[in-house]
Ligand binder design. Structure first.
Ligand code: PHE
Length: 441
């Protein structure tokens, strides 16, 4: 009924592709500003606990669905729970990945813009004002962000057309090791800046008085976003895997993702403090603070600072690409399985749809900034809808399905039993409690 599926070359490729999806803007762009907004080290500790105790079991739930069914989320639910409303979960996951892809590529476009400027030497940020003016024009004008957005989307589409092995696998195998090396270089540079020590201590000295229900909910939401959960990406990638070692794949993905987020925190925060800036700047933190700080350093050390800037923005670009392709593939796989489209046709369809919503998201920083949905601009609405609600709901539903509806008879061994217990009894109530208490507080 279905054409034969493409598969990853082996376990390493599967894990690297998963790590590629997990490591992204969520780690370099979102994680540092979330840490800054929620009080530093204590947030990081809660984040790590959430990742291993809640996100990892959810990852495994999605992986089990992909493994047992051999399909993406919609077809998987159709087969595992025939004639039931569970297929709605599969569809919701595909729609969520489409919405995330649309706004994600806008930020991907900004990273293209900053990278090109860092190479061309046209960043020219000499003051805080010029840093925000630069971000304002990169994000808020019309031609520049739309061109960069299209370029970013285009590269993602090319990788997807190349397929699972020649596209996603090859890209992940190159980009993930490179990303770690580059981020460590920037971290070393950042920590060596005068005044950086304060930033380091901000990341290692927890202040638990800042922790409340909404901080825990933010840490959990950040962990879901960073590990790409609740949108069927893990289901799709696992359906491309030949081996059965999903527990170790999940553990590795969690370790890589958490490690990379922490390294990125150490790349960004010391620089922010070295520049005398506030860590609570929010989404513009990386795009404003880093060019400003590295720009200041350029006065004394022009070569080092230039290299650090180029490497930093290249890392953001690569990380964004390795994640955007996973969202893209989740949608393309759906169109191939459900609509029986060829890979090319499915890619073109997703490209066009994502471009349309992406243009609206991009313009919501410029000409469309007064268009509000529930008080947010279009970009903010798409971000909140998916990160705060759809991903959480998807993650919860995948765990409930696997914990309560799937047959676990064959699961043996203490590790398998431990995760079954977590998925069935601990994860759903934990998510519900955290989610509801943050809404009610
Ligand atoms: N995990 C990615 C990041 O950290 C974002 C993402 C979310 C990718 C959902 C795929 C699915 O940037």
């Amino acid at each position: 009924m279905f054409p034969k599926k493409e598969k990853f070359g082996g376990k390493a490729a599967y894990i690297l592709a998963l790590a590629g999806s997990a490591i992204g803007l969520g780690n370099i762009w979102r994680f540092p500003y979330m840490v800054g907004e929620h009080g530093g080290a204590a947030f990081i500790i809660i984040y790590i606990i959430c990742s291993f105790l809640i996100s990892l079991p959810i990852f495994l739930s999605e992986a089990v669905i992909g493994k047992v069914s051999g399909h993406g989320s919609y077809e998987a639910m159709k087969r595992l729970a025939p004639n039931s409303a569970w297929r709605g979960l599969g569809m919701m996951a595909v729609i969520s990945s489409f919405i995330i892809l649309s706004f994600y590529c806008v930020v991907g476009g900004w990273s293209v813009d900053y990278f090109v400027r860092s190479i061309a030497g046209t960043m020219s940020v000499t003051s805080r004002e010029s840093a925000s003016a630069l971000f304002g024009s990169v994000a808020g004008s019309v031609c520049e962000p739309l061109t960069a957005h299209l370029f970013f989307l285009g590269i993602s589409a090319v990788i997807i057309v190349l397929g699972v092995k020649k596209g996603i696998e090859v890209f992940s195998k190159i980009s993930i090791p490179l990303l770690f090396v580059m981020m460590v270089i920037v971290t070393v540079y950042s920590i060596s800046l005068p005044g950086a020590a304060e930033g380091v201590s901000y990341l290692v000295r927890p202040d638990f008085s800042k922790i409340d229900a909404s901080v825990v909910a933010s840490a959990l939401g950040q962990s879901f976003f960073s590990m790409s959960l609740g949108v069927g990406m893990v289901v799709t990638y696992t359906s491309y895997s030949k081996d059965s070692g999903i527990v170790s794949a999940g553990a590795w993905t969690t370790v890589f993702d958490t490690l990379f987020a922490v390294i990125a925190g150490f790349a960004v925060m010391p620089a922010v403090f070295a520049g005398g800036l506030e860590p609570e700047a929010g989404p513009s933190l990386v795009f404003e603070a880093l060019p400003y700080v590295f720009g200041q350093m350029a006065i004394d050390m022009p070569v080092f600072s230039r290299i650090a800037t180029i490497i930093f923005f290249f890392s953001i670009l690569l990380a964004a690409l390795s994640s955007s392709i996973s969202l893209f593939e989740t949608c393309v796989n759906h169109a191939m399985e459900h609509n029986k489209f060829s890979r090319r046709k499915a890619t073109l369809l997703v490209l066009v749809l994502t471009w349309v919503l992406g243009v609206l998201c991009s313009l919501s920083f410029g000409p469309l900034k007064d268009v509000k949905i529930f008080g947010e601009n279009i970009f903010g609405f798409c971000d909140e809808l998916t990160s705060n609600y759809l991903m959480t709901l998807g993650a919860l539903a995948f765990a409930i399905f696997v914990g309560w509806r799937m047959d676990w008879q064959k699961v043996t061994g203490s590790v398998g039993r431990f995760f079954h217990f977590m998925i069935k009894w601990i994860v759903p109530p934990a998510i519900l409690t955290i989610f509801l208490s943050s809404i009610l507080s």
